[in-house]
Design a binder for this molecule. Structure first.
Ligand code: CUA
Length: 256
């Protein structure tokens, strides 16, 4: 065999190999309903997680990965729907796998990753972060529920209770308190502010305390003391004046 013939054979074998790979990928996409994950360069990274309805069987799901949760944390779609998943990171690199499917994406700061998935049957899928991203990595999870189409009720937007126009809210935002504490009752690194004021809270040492002006003041000034049970003692100290603490306390009372 001459060198030329050998080269020709190698080229043909390479083409055959490439075609087989393409064929297998196409088969996988068809069988498992998972689109090839893609890094999108024409979509701007986003900071808000949401489910957008295109039609009763086609949804667009924007996930934001941040230390240490996925937003939105609980999503419901009807069986039979196709979901375009867009993933963005608000801080460091995270990963996203959807257990029980082939969906596996990275959340890389500055870019958006994308995959399409079709859900045939009702099931509660768990979303996990698979890239070590800090102390809260192991609890970074969320649910994606697929329900019978007949039982699916689109979620109505929650009534606005945050009152962002109040000075207390602006202070909480400016001092980064809202990174860990939500104002709508959703889970965070610290307890949600919603309904917190006036409630009794169990502390890590087993005692109980009522959330009053005094407690709020002490907690802000000495974050290490009075750790609420079930939360890590990670609250940082903040530069803050007495008037600012009063504004914040007043605002917390509006979050019933
Ligand atoms: Cu996010 Cu690990």
């Amino acid at each position: 065999m001459t060198i030329l013939q050998l080269e020709k054979r190698i080229i043909w074998v390479s083409i055959l190999f490439a075609l087989t790979l393409f064929g297998l990928a196409a088969l996988a996409i068809n069988l498992f309903h998972v689109g090839l994950p893609t890094c999108l360069t024409d979509v701007k990274p986003f900071q808000k997680g949401e489910l957008i309805t295109h039609s009763p069987t086609h949804y667009e799901l924007h996930y934001v990965a941040r230390m240490w949760k996925f937003e939105p944390e609980d999503v419901t779609v009807p069986a039979g729907s196709t979901v375009d998943i867009y993933l963005s990171s608000a801080d460091v690199t995270h990963g996203l796998i959807l257990l029980g499917t082939d969906l596996n994406l990275m959340a890389v700061p500055g870019v958006v990753n994308y995959a399409r998935i079709k859900f045939d049957r009702p099931h509660v899928y768990q979303l996990l972060c698979h890239e070590f991203c800090g102390t809260g990595h192991d609890r970074m999870a969320a649910d994606l529920r697929v329900v019978e189409a007949a039982n699916f009720k689109p979620e109505l937007p929650a009534p606005a209770t945050a009152k962002p126009e109040l000075p207390g809210y602006r202070l909480l935002d400016a001092k980064d308190c809202l990174t860990c504490h939500s104002v709508d009752g959703s889970d965070g690194i610290g307890p949600s502010f919603k309904g917190l004021y006036g409630q009794s809270q169990k502390l890590a040492d087993g005692s109980s305390v009522k959330v009053t002006d005094k407690f709020v003041r002490e907690k802000i000034l000495k974050p290490d003391a009075n750790v609420i049970a079930g939360f890590d003692p990670v609250m940082p100290k903040t530069e803050i004046t007495d008037e600012e603490i009063e504004e914040i306390t007043e605002y917390l009372q509006t979050l019933r």
